[in-house]
Design a protein around this ligand. Structure first.
Ligand code: ZN
Length: 427
């Protein structure tokens, strides 16, 4: 991210390099929130502490709560108060370290991990991964990331020929990574604490997730494709950062809300079903001296773009898509539709997003599920339900969603950022 600041006009490859750096710097939701705030501070935003009153002054603000990060900009002139909000999430499916993580069995030392959300467990097999997150001591919170430390080894087909017929992974038995052999004295948490310069006895609590250590990479003909962990949904977080840092010309209050815990249903103090965004919008309104009428009118004029990864058509499984809606990488971000409100897009929200993308020269594609295939969901319907703000669901198309290494086109993330930038500007 050194040569590329959020807000700089981006060609696709500069944006992808910047995204790769952001993903690499963000192995956990805590790191993502921290890194996002760091980048916005470089762009002139001011850090807000939740226990202090909010400022009414024009300018950019950023607030980190655990693994969530919220940023907003108050413009110089606010003739017709409204919020233009981009929402995303900082977490990704994978594995979380258990409270007492170290065990020894048949000469090996292993780590106890809980499955977090809905990963593709097979994609984690035979990859080296580290642990990242936060350690809490009496003195406060320390973010930590280790080097490659763990691996879930596959069984050889010579020993079990059935693995080439039908791979069945028991979540307790078969997803148990190794980190040492012949070291019954080993203590995994002590190793992680040492990386943070702490003694194990100082650590009163830990929130640590697994992350694969292989860096993101472009590949394919003309390097048109991009492989990376956590594209769902750091590609949207990064696009939102790029857009809000650049959007200094808006006549509305621009907001970026990146929540934790989307992959496990969003019901938490830092998730989209919690009061975090509503609290922040209310406190901004109060700082600006809005009465209930003004605040209600502002909400009625507001729009939320919920950005989350979607599905490109898979050439090996085309039947899983609707035959008339088969999005491809590098054809533009998706607008996501679902009549049953798994996505919050309606015709008015759709029109607002299409207009912004057209103004930015960004192509769009439509996504709607095959009626016989279950549809995912996003923070869009949750936020819309909570806030009563018009919402449109969008996002870049992926293959291998929820894999340890997902795939997108190199142009879509930059286009998403440009569409958000135009949306923030009210184009
Ligand atoms: Zn997602």
């Amino acid at each position: 991210m050194d040569s590329y600041r959020p807000g700089q006009p981006s060609d696709g490859s500069a944006h992808i390099e910047s995204l790769a750096a952001f993903v690499t710097a963000s192995p956990s939701s805590f790191h993502a929130a921290d890194r996002a705030a760091e980048l916005l501070l470089v762009s002139g935003f001011v850090e807000v502490t939740e226990t202090e009153p909010f400022s009414p002054l024009p300018g950019g603000y950023v607030l980190v709560r655990d693994g969530s990060v919220l940023a907003w900009r108050i413009p110089e002139r606010l003739d017709s108060p409204a919020f233009r909000i981009v929402g995303a999430h900082t977490d990704s499916p994978g594995f979380v370290l258990k409270p007492e993580p170290t065990s020894s069995f048949v000469g090996w030392q292993q780590a106890g991990m809980e499955v977090y959300g809905g990963p593709l467990p097979n994609s984690w097999l035979d990859r080296e991964f580290g642990l990242a997150g936060r350690l809490v001591t009496a003195d406060g919170v320390t973010l930590v990331r280790t080097g490659p430390l763990l691996r879930i080894p596959q069984v050889a087909p010579h020993l079990d020929r059935s693995v080439n017929e039908r791979l069945v992974l028991d979540r307790q038995q078969h997803l148990h990574p190794v980190f040492a052999v012949g070291r019954p004295d080993a203590d995994l948490l002590a190793e992680v604490a040492a990386v943070a310069g702490l003694d194990r006895r100082q650590v009163l609590g830990h929130d640590l997730v697994a992350f694969v250590t292989e860096p993101p990479a472009t590949f394919g003909l003309d390097a048109d494709l991009f492989a990376s962990p956590r594209l769902d949904n750091l590609a949207s977080v990064h696009a939102g950062l790029t857009a809000i840092a650049a959007a200094d010309d808006s006549d509305a209050i621009t907001v970026l809300a990146c929540f934790d815990h989307e992959e496990v249903g969003s019901a938490s103090a830092t998730g989209a079903s919690g009061p975090l965004l509503e609290t922040v919008l209310t406190r901004i309104a109060d700082a600006l001296g809005w009465d209930v009428q003004t605040a209600g009118a502002a909400r009625a004029r507001s729009v939320l773009v919920s950005a989350d990864a979607g599905h490109a058509v898979h050439p090996n499984y085309p039947q899983l898509h609707d035959p008339d809606h088969r999005p491809l990488p590098n054809r533009g971000p998706l607008i996501k539709f679902n009549a049953n409100q798994r996505y919050a897009t309606d015709a008015v929200g759709e029109a607002i997003w299409r207009r912004a993308c057209a103004a930015a020269g960004v192509p769009t594609q439509d996504f709607v599920s095959n009626n016989a295939v279950p549809c995912g969901s996003t923070i869009g319907p949750l936020s819309a339900t909570r806030l009563g703000i018009r919402t449109v669901d969008v996002g870049i198309p992926l293959l291998s969603m929820h894999s340890a290494r997902e795939l997108c086109g190199v142009r879509d993330p930059g286009w998403l950022a440009q569409g958000m930038r135009a949306f923030y500007a009210g184009r």
